[in-house]
Design a protein around this ligand. Sequence first.
Ligand SMILES: [Fe+2]
Ligand SMILES: [Fe+2]
Length: 241
Amino acid sequence: MAKVTEIGPELYRISVYVPDFDLQFNHFLVNDEEPLLFHTGYKAWFSEVHEATATVVDPSRIRWIGFSHFESDECGSLNQWLEVAPSAEAVCSVVGALVSVNDFAIRPAKGMAEGEVLRTGTCRFRLCRTPHLPHGWDASALFEETSNTLLCSDLFHQVGDVEPLTQSDVVGRTREALKEYQAGILADYSPYTHYTGQLFEKLAALKPERLAIMHGSSFEGNGERALDDLAVVFRETFGGG
Ligand SMILES: [Fe+2]
Ligand SMILES: [Fe+2]
């Protein structure tokens, strides 16, 4: 079964490690009055993530299913979740809802605009649009304002079956992973646009204290500095220096 770790107050990391890719796929469950799952994962491992979720909360009570951008590791099993959780709604950017999710999913998504806040009980999730960061024009991040947790999807991508949470450097690991990818078919992981630097500045200004990371260890510490440092890695790796 997927590995479940509480990495913050009522914030659970459900981790599936795939040896063939030497990569973790992490799903985040926020156990609030209206439970929220961030990333569903691929269709193929719905049962595994569902079983892991059930160790924390009755999966049929999941109310919100969030993700950054329309890709299978982000939302592949969305419809399976919408079937087992009758009151669940997908939540993503307006562009994500309009362009993909409302057609793909068996129920319409809640498309959120820049700065819009979703309250789930105690928690408040603010949507931050991040077009093309890490990729996809629908991309966004969710910032949970009461715990200063940034659900940041593919940012800070690390390889290996690493620890659930670290307070040490994750940017160095990302630099190494992206450098490795540059030599192969994953070289074009992220485009570098006129706005990439500004988007990193916007996320850093949130001053997150915890980064919930899809691939690799989550991070606790100075999120502003980590995002500033990651901006440099992205400029060097994808922006030609
Ligand atoms: Fe992605
Ligand atoms: Fe991903």
